[in-house]
Design a binder for this molecule. Structure first.
Ligand SMILES: Cc1cc2nc3c(=O)[nH]c(=O)nc-3n(C[C@H](O)[C@H](O)[C@H](O)COP(=O)(O)OP(=O)(O)OC[C@H]3O[C@@H](n4cnc5c(N)ncnc54)[C@H](O)[C@@H]3O)c2cc1C
Length: 396
């Protein structure tokens, strides 16, 4: 008879605190690698059938990439990522409003680099060593039973663990299983974006570029050998006009036939694998119930506007691994409380930073967009990334 998911997953799970991690994304794989480094054998499950779906660009701040030093993966990261030292902001006519030089940040805290999500996961996987990812697996029910959690898997089989970590992203099922509807809330911008890849070389080296117009936004972010591109706008308009229709509409508004704007429009128009992403985030009233804890986007989901969600997911994974390394099996809940106290204020401050940038970016009215453009001419980098700088500085 074929092995059940419970047999497969629980069979290889061992250590001081028998931990099940749900979701092999940035947070889940980082946590599993850190636990493995500490001599634990967590069980790691993933709903998808492989990690090949993991296709978009990430900017990684030192807040996240510093975790890679401790895992011995930083050199690998430097090899497959590209530098980002300038953030260039343009307006809805395609003119540059402000060129933010980020060198002082990089000097103080470390590099900000662009990487494909799939490549970052591949690097992190290297530190899992003998911990497998069990694909095509998810959890359908979780029950706290004092010092254990009973997990029921998608094939109906079940097993007990000492801790379950929900690292299952923005639309976390784990979150729904432990929190009631009024205990978490999505913050909806009313906007969405198409995400795709464009060929290399439409930007100056080490430069990320965005154009914010009235009812439209474009972003271009270099990674190795390509550039992640984003075309954003009010969701209702994007849904009504469709991918190609909206892209053509924006092309007409920008009136540009060449350069980065045109490269984004072309990439989004042509890409068969472009994906549609609703621009909302999510905040929860609590990060754990009993021995079930939330991590990464599942605890606090991020808008991509400050490019900080993956970094915060890695930072949180490091905080959780650290608290667990100081706990015995009888005091897991205490470790979870300490993890939340240590990390929550930072994560929500980074979310606030992302929300503030989203409010500046996602403007539909032409006069307001004009006013925003005037403001952005005088905006400093420290102002734009106020909360994130505070977290990097350790003052939050
Ligand atoms: C277009 C876009 C651009 C972004 N740009 C940036 C950026 O530049 N910089 C940055 O730092 N962040 C960025 N982010 C945000 C960042 O990707 C997330 O904050 C980060 O990935 C969160 O990590 P996570 O592990 O919590 O979630 P994810 O990386 O989303 O991983 C969740 C995993 O759980 C799996 N899963 C889901 N449900 C289940 C289930 N029921 N059972 C089992 N597995 C499940 C998923 O398949 C996935 O593998 C961006 C996001 C998007 C969408």
């Amino acid at each position: 008879m074929a092995e059940t998911i419970a047999e497969k997953v629980a069979g290889g799970c061992a250590g001081r605190i028998r931990t099940l991690i749900v979701g092999a994304g940035i947070a889940g794989v980082t946590l599993a690698a850190l636990l493995r480094q500490r001599g634990e054998f967590p069980a790691l499950i993933e709903r998808a059938s492989d990690l090949d779906h993991a296709g978009y660009n990430l900017a990684l701040y030192p807040l996240g990439s510093r975790v890679l030093h401790g895992l011995g993966l930083f050199d690998d990261f430097m090899q497959v990522s590209v530098p980002g030292s300038h953030y260039r902001l343009g307006n809805g006519q395609g003119e540059i409003v402000h060129d933010f030089d980020m060198s002082s940040l990089l000097e103080s805290y470390g590099p900000i680099r662009g990487i494909r999500r799939g490549e970052l996961l591949e690097i992190l996987r290297g530190a899992l060593r003998d911990v497998p990812i069990h694909f095509n697996c998810s959890v359908t029910a979780l029950e706290n039973r004092g010092r254990t959690v009973m997990a029921t898997f998608s094939d109906g089989s079940s097993a007990e663990f000492g801790l379950v970590v929900g690292a299952d992203g923005m639309h976390s099922e784990t979150r729904r299983m432990i929190l009631r509807d009024h205990e978490f809330a999505y913050w909806d911008t009313g906007w969405a974006c198409w995400v795709a890849w464009a060929p290399e070389d439409v930007l100056p080296k080490a430069t990320m570029m965005e154009f914010w117009g009235a009812g439209r936004g474009i972003g271009i972010y270099p990674v190795r050998g390509a550039q992640g591109v984003v075309l954003a706008g009010p969701r209702r308009m994007m849904q009504k006009e469709g991918r190609v229709g909206f892209a053509e509409h924006v092309r007409a508004q920008f009136g540009m036939m060449k350069g980065p704007v045109s490269a984004v429009i072309e990439a989004v128009t042509k890409a068969q694998d472009a994906f549609f992403w609703d621009l909302h985030d999510c905040r929860t009233s609590e990060w754990s119930r009993g021995r079930i804890v939330l991590l990464g986007d599942s605890a606090a989901g991020f808008l991509p506007t400050a490019g900080i969600g993956a970094s915060m997911a890695m930072l949180s994974a490091a905080a959780l691994a650290d608290e667990l390394s100081r706990a015995d099996a009888a005091h897991v809940e205490y470790a979870l409380r300490l993890y939340e106290r240590r990390d929550r204020a930072k994560v929500e401050a980074a979310q606030d930073n992302s929300r503030r940038l989203a409010k500046l970016m996602m403007i539909e009215s032409t006069p307001l967009a004009w006013g925003r453009d005037q403001l952005m001419k005088f905006y400093t980098l420290d102002r734009a990334l106020k909360e994130i700088v505070g977290i990097m500085e350790g003052s939050l």
